[in-house]
Design a protein around this ligand. Structure first.
Ligand code: SAH
Length: 221
């Protein structure tokens, strides 16, 4: 597992972070690598200073541009599902947002490819990656529903934005034996969906109801 460099930042007390980990465990998160990565990730640097006192609560919080940093439970759950799919060499993340999920994943995969359509969010996430000396993530400002063809196929694909159905391009860029984890649905009802690509095709199952921002086509300038 890769370690984040926390020397450049003020770290919230271990007690505060441990409380979040205890909560995740009580909600059923079991994978020790995922729990360790969640414990090591300084969520307070991924939100505005005015909200940093709430960073270790298990809730989504606004990050501007009508977007939110994902709820820790759902980050842990999706990461756990991705991990259970097998070895994570190359992984594609759609919807970098604040970069929080990116920082958790970066500790668990060989190389992460993270795509975001809102440039100012991507720029900030990139700065945060630099601050934590994360060196195994490549960022792209683009419409992530198209995937990142140049680097595919991916062992894992994870999206933090919900389309009404799984985009065809993402399925095409999933490696044989690979796994995709993403919310699917509309503003009224969304389910977390897992798709495994096997010799026989694609096997899809739903996990639990979730609430994410919508996947929007096209990148902003
Ligand atoms: N994992 C992020 C969650 C951010 S919310 C975090 O922990 O902060 C989801 C993000 O998906 C938003 O930043 C939104 O701009 C982005 N998004 C929505 N549609 C997208 C698309 N088609 N391509 C890339 N990013 C998209």
């Amino acid at each position: 597992m890769k370690k984040l460099d926390l020397s450049g930042i003020g770290m919230t007390s271990l007690r505060t972070r441990n409380r979040l980990i205890d909560r995740l465990k009580s909600q059923g998160i079991k994978n020790l690598d995922v729990l360790e990565a969640m414990l090591a990730t300084p969520r307070h640097i991924f939100v505005d200073e005015a909200l940093s006192h709430r960073a270790y609560e298990d809730t989504a919080l606004p990050i501007g541009h009508n977007q939110t940093i994902s709820q820790p439970y759902v980050v842990a759950r999706m990461t756990e599902l991705l991990q259970e799919g097998g070895k994570l060499g190359k992984v594609l993340e759609v919807g970098t947002g604040s970069g929080y999920q990116m920082a958790v994943l970066a500790q668990l995969v060989d190389t992460l490819y993270s795509v975001e359509r809102i440039r100012p969010l991507l720029d900030k996430a990139r700065q945060r990656a630099r601050l934590l000396k994360i060196d195994n993530v490549r960022f792209l400002h683009a419409d992530g529903s198209l995937g990142w063809d140049q680097y595919g196929p991916f062992d894992g694909i994870l999206s933090a934005a919900a389309p009404s159905r799984v985009p065809e391009n993402l399925l095409e860029q999933l490696a044989l034996g690979g796994r995709l984890v993403m919310p699917v649905g509309d503003s009224r009802r969304q389910e977390l969906v897992v798709v495994d690509r096997t010799q026989d095709g694609f096997e899809e199952r739903t996990i639990e109801p979730v609430k994410f921002v919508p996947l929007v086509s096209g990148a902003t300038v």
